[in-house]
Design a protein around this ligand. Structure first.
Ligand SMILES: Cc1ncc(COP(=O)(O)O)c(C=O)c1O
Length: 403
């Protein structure tokens, strides 16, 4: 049957996607053909979920904990998440402030849905480059996306002056992401205080995407929610995905006193609840030993300290040392010129097909920032040996192809 033209909504046309999944399919197709690919394109830890967490899930299933739960989450997990946010952000949250969802991602649209109205010109400021779902969901919800450019000379943070310029009477929400995907940039306490001042003066909500909060390498983690006056206007979001190597378990948690009941209603309308055994497992994760989390962070830091100097030793590539997450965002403007690639996407494709090295290009994280050159993203959630092999393949590729 052919459906009538216009059957699909106009808003579907505005909805973006996460190209990491598209490139991952490309990579997996090559692997299926027997190619040995060094894969740096996917943002998920390569570790196993710690055993005590898996055991808690198995026990939950054996004990029949497989039914619907309250949409806000099981009391044990809400309490554990409240304690987690309280102790890590230095604030006083209770279980009533917490909502559990299927990963950190759904809170992006829940929050935009909860604080903007479609077609009213409500503006949402978001980081560019950035996690592609921000712009996608802003458009999908009928709000107006306002990109805030991240600058290499600011260690991939934005100019506070530029933030001030972007704020209008229609600005409803500012999305922050620290540590940041794709650059690994981290907002300092001093920067967060300046941003907080602007948000308070202009009465703006903040979405603090802190899913990489446990992967900060050079300074203690700082949340904008902890700045005096910010707790009530900040939706703090964290998840089990990156911290406990649980991407496929799909459990995230948010804290905000005002929005918690509204976001609970959104969960009722969408997923009903997050999977019951997985909620039990994450309660065990948050209340159990954290030694494996610290060990994973130590290993990620070690890998960062291999990949950054390795990339900087390659002619045509320069790479800043990121403070967090497991991403690097090297500048490949000269490498593109040297190899005759028209841009970072052409360079990425040649790295994949000619060198067997998979990464993402800047265009997978929004339009390129004007005057900031060409970048690619490596996720170093791969073993140190694979990182060294990947680097050596890029060196050979550059040697072979430099005019
Ligand atoms: C910045 C950012 N926010 C949210 C998410 C989504 O996390 P989850 O897998 O828990 O939904 C990701 C995943 O890559 C991310 O990079």
């Amino acid at each position: 049957m052919t459906l009538a033209k216009g059957t699909v909504s106009e808003r579907m046309g505005g909805l973006g996607t996460e190209n990491a999944f598209v490139v991952l399919k490309e990579v997996n197709d090559l692997i299926a053909q027997g190619k040995k690919i060094m894969n740096f394109c996917i943002g998920q830890p390569d570790f196993k979920t710690p055993k005590h967490i898996c055991d808690a899930a198995k026990e939950a299933i054996d004990n029949g904990l497989h039914g619907y739960t309250p949409s806000s989450g099981i009391p044990a997990l809400r309490k554990a998440a409240a304690q987690y946010f309280t102790s890590t952000r230095g604030l006083d949250y209770t279980a009533d402030d917490i909502v559990i969802a299927c990963g950190g991602k759904p809170f992006i649209w829940y929050t935009i849905f909860a604080v903007t109205d479609p077609g009213k010109g409500h503006e949402v400021i978001f980081p560019n480059p950035g996690f592609p779902i921000y712009e996608s969901m802003i458009k999908g919800m009928g709000a107006v996306p306002v990109p805030l450019y991240l600058r290499e000379d600011k260690n991939f943070n934005f100019n506070i002056g530029e933030l001030r310029e972007k704020i209008t009477p229609r600005t409803k929400l500012l999305i922050l992401n620290s540590p940041h995907n794709p650059t690994g940039g981290v907002l300092s306490k001093a920067e967060l205080e300046e941003i907080a001042d602007i948000c308070i003066k202009n009465d703006i909500w903040v979405y603090a995407d802190e899913v990489y909060s446990n992967l900060v390498f050079d300074a203690p983690f700082a949340s904008i929610a902890s700045v005096p006056g910010m707790k009530d206007r900040t939706v703090v979001v964290d998840c089990a995905s990156k911290t406990y190597a649980m991407t496929g378990w799909r459990i995230g948690y948010m804290a905000n006193t005002v929005l918690a009941p509204h976001i609970t209603r959104l969960v009722t309308n969408s997923d009903s609840c997050a999977p019951h055994p997985n909620q039990v497992a994450v309660a065990a994760a948050l209340t159990g030993p954290q030694a494996e989390v610290q060990e994973m962070a130590r290993i990620f830091r070690e890998r960062r300290d291999i990949i950054v100097p390795g990339l900087n030793a390659i002619p045509g590539i320069s790479c800043r040392k990121p403070g967090g997450a497991f991403y690097v965002w090297p500048n490949v403007t000269d490498a593109c010129r040297l190899t005759g690639c028209k841009d970072s996407e052409a360079f990425r494709i040649r790295l994949l097909y000619e060198a067997g090295v998979a990464c993402l290009a800047d265009i997978h994280f929004g339009p390129r920032v004007p005057d900031e050159g060409q970048h690619i993203r490596f996720s170093y959630a791969s073993s140190a040996d694979d990182i060294r092999e990947g680097l050596s393949r890029i060196v050979q590729f550059m040697e072979k192809n430099t005019a």
